[in-house]
Design a protein around this ligand. Structure first.
Ligand SMILES: Cc1cc2nc3c(=O)[nH]c(=O)nc-3n(C[C@H](O)[C@H](O)[C@H](O)COP(=O)(O)OP(=O)(O)OC[C@H]3O[C@@H](n4cnc5c(N)ncnc54)[C@H](O)[C@@H]3O)c2cc1C
Length: 408
C-alpha cells in the first residue's frame, strides 16, 4: 500500500511516524522541513492544554465582539481588508457557540481528543530524541481578582472534570515572587504538560520517522485527488491513501474533492525572550490578555493573540507590541538579552473541531486538520486516529463530530 502524508507539522509527523512504526512505508511531503518556523507547530505556546476544551465561540461572545475589535488592548485583531472573506466564517463561528447545549457538545468532543494528551505525547516520543522536550506540571491561569475565575467557560470545563485548585495571592507569590501586583489570583489545572521546544520536538519526531525508513519529499503540493497528489512543479504521485495534514493551508489542497471546508487561519504571535532574568515555574495563561507564558529551553515564550488576516499578509506590528506591554504587567522586573518574534497560522473551523476522517467523496483521502488552538496538544491523538483509519482499524474515538462532510 502506498501512503502519502501531506504536511509535516505535529499532525502530519505524528501520523507518518505512527504508520511507519506499524510497518507501512510512508512518503511525507512538505515544502518546509518539519520543525521549520513556517509551521504553526514551531512557534506555538507549547502547552499540552488538556483542559482547554471550551469552544472558542461561547454563548454571548457576539456581544463582546465590537469592544474586542476596537480596543487596542484586546487580544483580537482584524485586518479590515480581510473582512469580506472573513465574514461568512465569522458568522458561522458565532452560530456554533450560540447555545450552552452546542458548546457542551463541542467541549465533549474536544475532551475525547485532549484528555490523555500528556500520555499520548509520551507514547509518541518514546524511544526518540523528542522525549527530552516533554515537561509536566500544573497549568496555572492567572487573574487580577478571584472573582474573574468564573463564567460559562470555567463551568463547562468543570462539568467535564477539569477543575482547578485556587491559588490565593500569598500562594501565587510564594510560588513565583516575580509576579507583578496586578495578578492576585491563580487557578491551577493539574496533570498538564508542555513542550520545551516545539520546533525541535517536531524535528526530532521527524528524525525518528526517517530512521525507520520513512521517505521525505521536499515539494509543494498543488492539489490532492482520489489516488494522486499533484505537485506545483507538475509532477504527480500515486497513493492508495493520502493524508491531508497541511494545517491552515489544507482547504486549498482539497477543493477539487467537492466538500465544503470553511477553514480560516487564526493568526497567532509569539515573543521569545532569550537570556531572561526570570523564568516562570511552569506555564501560565494570562486570562485577561489571552496569551500564555511558557518556560522553554531557549528562553521565556509569550504566545497567543488572535488576528484574522488571511494566509498571505505579513505579520502586523500591534500584536507584538501588545504582548510586550502585557508581559511587563505580569513581570514588571523582566529583563532579557535578546528577543525574537514570530507569527503563525492556527487552522480553525467555525465549530472549533478538527476535520478528521476519510472524505466521503474520495474515501482514499483522509483529512487531518483544523486543530485550532489545540494542535500541539492533540497532534499525537490525531496521528493515532489516522494510523488506525489507514490500517483499517477502528479508532477508539467517535469520529462523527469531526466528520469531513459536516458543513456540506
Ligand atoms: C501563537 C500560537 C500559539 C499556540 N499555542 C498552542 C499551545 O500552547 N498548545 C497547543 O496545543 N496548540 C497551540 N497552538 C496551535 C498549534 O500550534 C496548531 O494547531 C498546530 O501546530 C497545527 O499543526 P498542523 O500540523 O496541523 O499544522 P502546521 O504545523 O502548520 O503544519 C502544516 C504543514 O503543512 C505544510 N504545507 C502547507 N501547505 C503545503 C503545500 N501546499 N505543499 C507542501 N506542504 C504544505 C506546511 O509547510 C507545514 O509544514 C498555537 C498556535 C499559535 C499560532
Amino acid at each position: 500500500m502506498r501512503i502519502i502524508v501531506v504536511g509535516g507539522g505535529i499532525t502530519g509527523v505524528s501520523a507518518a511516524l505512527g504508520l511507519q512504526r506499524a510497518g507501512v512505508g510512508v512518503t511525507l511531503i512538505d515544502r518546509a522541513r518539519p520543525g521549520d518556523p513556517a509551521q504553526a507547530s514551531f512557534g506555538n505556546g507549547g502547552i499540552l492544554a488538556r483542559s482547554a476544551v471550551a469552544p472558542n465561540s461561547m454563548p454571548g461572545l457576539w456581544r463582546r465582539i465590537p469592544a474586542l475589535l476596537l480596543s487596542p488592548e484586546a487580544p483580537l485583531f482584524l485586518r479590515w481588508r480581510h473582512l469580506p472573506r472573513f465574514l461568512p466564517w465569522g458568522l458561522s463561528f458565532l452560530r456554533a457557540g450560540m447555545t450552552t447545549a452546542r458548546a457542551r457538545r463541542i467541549a465533549e468532543a474536544l475532551s475525547a481528543l485532549t484528555s490523555d494528551s500528556v500520555a499520548d505525547h509520551r507514547a509518541l516520543a518514546a524511544g526518540t530524541a523528542a522525549e527530552r522536550f516533554i515537561a509536566e506540571g500544573d497549568y496555572v491561569h492567572i487573574y487580577r481578582r478571584p472573582e474573574d475565575h468564573a463564567g460559562a467557560e470555567v463551568a463547562l470545563k468543570a462539568a467535564l472534570g477539569f477543575s482547578a485548585t485556587p491559588l490565593d495571592e500569598a500562594t501565587l507569590r510564594a510560588r513565583d515572587p516575580a509576579l507583578g501586583p496586578d495578578y492576585r489570583f491563580g487557578a491551577a489545572y493539574a496533570g498538564h504538560g508542555w513542550i520545551t521546544d516545539p520546533g525541535a520536538y517536531v524535528a526530532a519526531l521527524f528524525e525518528a520517522f526517517r530512521a525507520l525508513g520513512g521517505t521525505f519529499l521536499d515539494a509543494s503540493v498543488a492539489r490532492v485527488e482520489e489516488g494522486r497528489v499533484l505537485l506545483s512543479d507538475g509532477r504527480e504521485l500515486a497513493g492508495d491513501r493520502i493524508v491531508v495534514a497541511a494545517g491552515a493551508w489544507s482547504a486549498g489542497l482539497v477543493r477539487a474533492l467537492g466538500h465544503r471546508v470553511p477553514l480560516e487561519t487564526e493568526r497567532g504571535y509569539h515573543v521569545m525572550l532569550h537570556g531572561a532574568n526570570h523564568m516562570p515555574p511552569g506555564p501560565y495563561m494570562v486570562s485577561d490578555a489571552q496569551f500564555v507564558i511558557t518556560p522553554m529551553a531557549g528562553g521565556l515564550r509569550a504566545a497567543g493573540i488572535v488576528e484574522f488576516g488571511g494566509l498571505d499578509a505579513p505579520p502586523s506590528k500591534a500584536p507584538f507590541a501588545l504582548i510586550r506591554r502585557r508581559l511587563k504587567q505580569v513581570y514588571p522586573g523582566l529583563r532579557w538579552e535578546r528577543a525574537t518574534e514570530w507569527m503563525g497560522h492556527r487552522p480553525s473551523l467555525p465549530d472549533s473541531l478538527p476535520m478528521v476522517g476519510p472524505a466521503p467523496r474520495a474515501p482514499g483521502v483522509v483529512f487531518a486538520f483544523g486543530s485550532q488552538h489545540l494542535g500541539l496538544t492533540i497532534g499525537p491523538r490525531l496521528g493515532r486516529i489516522v494510523t488506525d483509519l489507514v490500517l483499517g482499524r477502528k479508532p477508539n474515538v467517535a469520529l462523527r463530530p469531526f466528520a469531513v462532510d459536516r458543513f456540506d
